[in-house]
Design a protein around this ligand. Structure first.
Ligand code: 2AM
Ligand code: CA
Length: 264
C-alpha cells in the first residue's frame, strides 16, 4: 500500500466524487427507455463530479494547476504541479448504462507524472500508483502480464469518436494486430484500459487521439507495474503525442513494430 499524504488527498477526492457518479448512474439506467435518452443528465453528472474533484484538490493543494476534461484549465500559483483530471472516463458507456467507467486523476510534477488514481465505482476497484512506490489495486501489488507471445496476447484498443481522428488508419492498425494476436477488445475507457494492462488482465493496449486527462494516471500505473508505456509510435512522451501503446517490455516492442508495419 501507499500511505503518503498525497495519496490520501487523491483517494479521498476521487471517492467523494464517485459517490455522486454512482448515484447518477442508477438514474441513467432508468432514463434509457426515454426517447431523448439521458444525454443531458449525463453531462450534468459529469460536471458535478468534476466540481467535487476540483474543490477537494484545490482545498488540499492550493496553488496546483488543474487540467480538466469539462472545465478546461485553471492556472495555479505553483508552476511545478498540475492535476490532470477526468471526472468521467468512459462517458459513452455511462450514457448507455454499461457499467464500465471511472474517475481518473494524475499529478504531474515538472513534466513528470508522479502519482495516479483510477477508480471504478461500480466494481469498487481502486487503482493507485506513486513514483517509486509501485502500483496497487485495492491493496494488492500490481504487475504487468509476463506473456511473451503475441498469439496469446489479449489486446485492448480505442477508436476515435464519429467525426474525430483517423478511422481508416485505425482499421489498418486493427487488421494488422488482429491477424497475429489472441484477441482484441474495445472497452471504452482509456484510463481503465491502462489500469487493466497494469494489473495483467490485458497484455497490450494502444489508442490515438487521447488527452492528458485520459492517460496521466494510467501511464504511471503501467510503469509502476513494471510495464512500458510510450506513444503509439514508440516515442517517450505519450502525453505530448496524444497517443499511447503499452504492455510488458517484450510485447510492447512487438506492438510498436506492428503499428509501424500497418502504417507503411
Ligand atoms: P471519455 O469517455 O472521457 O470521452 C474511448 O476510446 C476512450 O478514449 C475514452 O476513455 C474516451 O474518454 C477517450 N477519448 C478521448 N478522446 C477521444 C476521441 N477523440 N475519440 C474517442 N475516444 C476518446
Ligand atoms: Ca476521458
Amino acid at each position: 500500500m501507499i500511505n503518503s499524504p498525497l495519496m490520501t488527498v487523491m483517494v479521498d477526492a476521487v471517492r467523494k466524487a464517485a459517490r455522486g457518479l454512482k448515484r447518477d448512474f442508477g438514474e441513467v439506467e432508468n432514463l434509457q427507455v426515454s426517447r431523448k435518452g439521458p444525454g443531458n443528465f449525463v453531462s450534468i453528472a459529469d460536471k458535478r463530479a468534476e466540481a467535487v474533484l476540483r474543490e477537494a484538490l484545490m482545498k488540499a493543494r492550493p496553488g496546483y494547476s488543474l487540467i480538466m476534461e469539462e472545465g478546461g484549465s485553471i492556472e495555479g500559483s505553483d508552476k511545478t504541479h498540475t492535476w490532470h483530471v477526468d471526472p468521467l472516463d468512459g462517458t459513452t458507456n455511462f450514457l448507455h448504462g454499461i457499467p464500465h467507467f471511472c474517475i481518473s486523476v494524475g499529478l504531474e510534477r515538472e513534466g513528470v507524472i508522479v502519482a495516479g488514481v483510477i477508480y471504478d465505482p461500480i466494481k469498487d476497484e481502486l487503482f493507485i500508483a506513486e513514483r517509486g512506490q509501485g502500483a496497487f489495486l485495492n491493496n494488492r501489488r500490481l504487475r504487468v502480464s509476463a506473456r511473451r507471445d503475441l498469439a496469446d496476447a489479449l489486446v485492448l484498443y480505442g477508436s476515435p469518436y464519429l467525426g474525430r481522428g483517423n478511422h481508416p488508419r485505425l482499421l489498418k492498425e486493427l487488421g494488422t494486430v488482429m491477424a497475429v494476436t489472441g484477441g482484441v477488445r474495445r472497452q471504452g475507457s482509456a484510463a481503465l484500459d491502462l489500469a487493466y494492462v497494469a494489473c495483467g488482465r490485458a497484455d497490450l493496449y494502444w489508442e490515438r487521439d487521447l488527452q492528458s486527462w485520459d492517460m496521466a494516471a494510467g501511464l504511471i500505473m503501467v510503469r509502476e507495474a513494471g510495464g512500458f508505456a510510450t506513444s503509439a509510435d514508440g516515442g517517450p512522451d505519450a502525453l505530448a503525442a496524444h497517443s499511447v501503446a503499452c504492455g510488458n517490455e517484450l510485447l510492447h516492442r512487438d506492438l510498436i513494430a506492428l503499428l509501424k508495419k500497418a502504417n507503411q
